[in-house]
Design a protein around this ligand. Structure first.
Ligand code: FES
Length: 184
């Protein structure tokens, strides 16, 4: 897995200041929410207290609230309040991992690696996005395959001519590759 990269966590419209949003990336659980200023945050979805899912709780005053004992996590991942401690400050180790976030193209991205800000690769710049005469479509695909196969496929547009040709084309060879691969 390319851990030092920006990963889509959810659509901007799915992430709110009311309900936590659960995402799974490469088998790891994350929770996303917004603070009172509308900024999106992404945290590890495992409460450091006893392992409950923060995404099963709720969001209040810009914090993700754990549904088990009510610990309150800010966007920086620090536990800002432990209800059973009253006004006492939670210990510094009461913290979950938080991830840098960028919101672009109607998508909330999180950087899941450990590179410092200046070393992080940029998000791909789609110059046409938002410009008059262009429209964007967002697809969410669930593929029953290893992610490496999917990435490889996306990096290989040339195969489309032969494996998925436009129907009705004069030199249509639809199915030829499938038959060849099947040994027919
Ligand atoms: S497990 Fe989260 S507050 Fe106890």
């Amino acid at each position: 897995m390319y851990i030092n990269f920006w990963y889509p966590i959810g659509l901007s419209k799915e992430i709110s200041a009311e309900q936590p949003f659960r995402a799974q990336v490469s088998g790891l659980p994350f929770v996303a929410f917004r603070d009172d200023d509308g900024n999106a945050h992404v945290l590890s979805d495992t409460c450091v207290h006893r392992g409950s899912s923060l995404s099963a709780g709720w969001v209040k005053n810009g914090r993700a609230i754990c549904p088990y004992h009510g610990w309150e996590y800010g966007g920086d991942g620090r536990c800002a309040r432990v209800p059973s401690l009253g006004d006492a400050r939670p210990p510094a180790r009461a913290k979950v991992d938080s991830y840098p976030v960028q919101e672009k193209y109607g998508i909330v991205f999180a950087f899941l690696g450990d590179l410092p800000e200046e070393a992080r690769p940029p998000l791909y710049d789609v110059e046409e996005y938002g410009q008059e005469g262009w429209k964007a479509q967002t697809y969410i695909l669930e593929l029953a395959c290893n992610y490496e196969r999917s990435v490889e496929n996306g990096l290989d547009p040339i195969h489309n001519e032969f494996v998925h040709p436009a129907p009705g084309r004069a030199d249509d060879v639809s199915g030829t590759a499938e038959k060849a691969l099947a040994g027919n």
